[in-house]
Design a protein around this ligand. Structure first.
Ligand code: ATP
Ligand code: MG
Length: 372
């Protein structure tokens, strides 16, 4: 697995269950998966030699993030290594503009978009779609970094000027009136078998997912449509392993595809406790072309609250027992030092209702993150 963050850490836990030797390519021996005991090699995704050092011993190469230079992926593939997902599928998680083009050309509904490389391009886009617009970096954004809601020409100018690479091409989007955000998780094998999880409803603040409920509490028609759309996207792009399809539900109850992640995803952490097969087990099974597991839920509902660093200092070790004293609380810590806006763990609770699960999970999270 290329990358050694919390997704690799939790994939390692699943690999142990199946006696799969998962070797991770880590940037540092302090990376989450390395601290969690995953076999590792230190190296950079920018170095083909470092990538080969993990790939050469492996039956299949997979990813905990998509920040690998495309030319290195293509070279690995040419040498003959088996990459799941393939570079052509992974490209859609690497480049938001490319993903928009491919999805809209294939007929999937997306927000109106345009590639923008100058202020006049952006102004032309606003004259068609009005203010505000959403400007996104094509590559490298996560947790809302690289996503800007722009209200007026002055803000637009300072954003495009403030960017060190003024010629960079941005993705401009219409600002969508969103009533809900969904994430549909799906696993697909190289042979084309797939299973879809019940849709998750995610709640973001400042571009970061704060919590989620599973299943989403949206009309059945929308949930069915979301599941079908995710399945059809997985087939169209040839996804392998886990795929997360983020969607917007508009005020008019239409579904629009936002972005794709071709790996286990933050929105899928509830599957560890809430589903018969966790997304991490499923990812391994899918990339190895093994039989996929049931995605059924073990309870009526579940909620996950992300643990996110705050401005104040946190003493997690001291607070952990207090959170664990609440019945039904499942805590996952990632061995990451809390910094403002940084996810360092999550808490999942199963319950009869989404609201009950959420209330308990939030209470436990609060005990860990509140100021001393
Ligand atoms: N066109 C839009 N209209 C309105 N809100 C939007 C739009 N695009 C994005 N958002 C809001 O910003 C959030 C982050 O956007 P997006 O998912 O594209 O970026 P990201 O930082 O790559 O996210 P992630 O952390 O999921 O990788 C969305 O979840 C949504 O709440
Ligand atoms: Mg997103």
């Amino acid at each position: 697995m290329v990358g050694a963050g919390q997704l690799a850490r939790m994939t390692h836990q699943a690999a142990v269950d199946l006696d799969i030797e998962l070797v991770v390519l880590a940037a540092s021996d302090e990376d989450s998966a390395v601290v969690g005991g995953a076999p590792y090699r230190l190296g950079s995704v920018a170095s083909l030699a470092d990538l080969e050092a993990v790939a050469s011993a492996a039956d299949v190469v997979t990813f905990d993030h998509e920040l690998v230079p495309t030319e290195n992926l293509v070279k690995l593939r040419r040498i003959g290594y088996r990459l799941e997902p393939t570079p052509s599928a992974l490209r859609l998680a690497q480049d938001k503009l490319e993903a928009r083009h491919v999805l809209s050309t294939a007929g999937f509904p997306t927000p109106a978009f345009e590639s923008i490389s100058s202020i006049s391009d952006a102004m032309a886009f606003t004259s068609e779609h009005g203010w505000p617009i959403v400007l996104k970096s094509r590559r490298g954004g996560y947790d809302g970094r690289g996503v800007h809601v722009v209200d007026n020409p002055g803000q637009l100018a300072s954003l495009l000027k403030g960017n060190p690479d003024e010629e960079a091409v941005w993705l401009a989007e219409e600002f969508v009136d969103i009533t809900a955000e969904l994430s549909v998780l799906i696993a697909r094998t190289p042979a084309g078998r797939s299973v879809v999880y019940p849709a998750v409803e995610t709640f973001q603040r400042e571009g970061i997912c704060r919590y989620l409920t599973m299943p989403a509490t949206q009309p059945l028609r929308i949930l069915e449509q979301a599941g079908q759309m995710a399945g059809s996207i997985a087939g169209t792009i040839g996804a392998t392993g886990m795929l997360a399809v983020e969607m917007f539900v508009t005020t008019g109850n239409d579904l629009l595809v936002n972005e794709l992640a071709l790996r286990p995803h933050n929105s899928g952490h509830a599957t560890i406790e809430a589903c018969v097969t966790s997304q991490f087990h499923q990812h391994l099974r899918a990339v190895l072309d093994w039989p996929l597991g049931s995605t059924s839920m073990r309870s009526n509902a579940a909620a996950t609250v992300n643990l996110i660093g705050e401005m104040h200092e946190l003493d997690i070790a001291a607070r952990l027992p207090q959170a664990l004293a609440i019945p039904g609380v499942h805590v996952h810590l990632y061995a990451k030092t809390p910094r403002p806006g940084r996810k360092f763990g999550h808490i999942t609770v199963l319950d009869d209702s989404a609201s009950g699960a959420l209330e308990t999970a939030k209470a436990a999270a609060e005990l860990i993150t509140k100021p001393r």
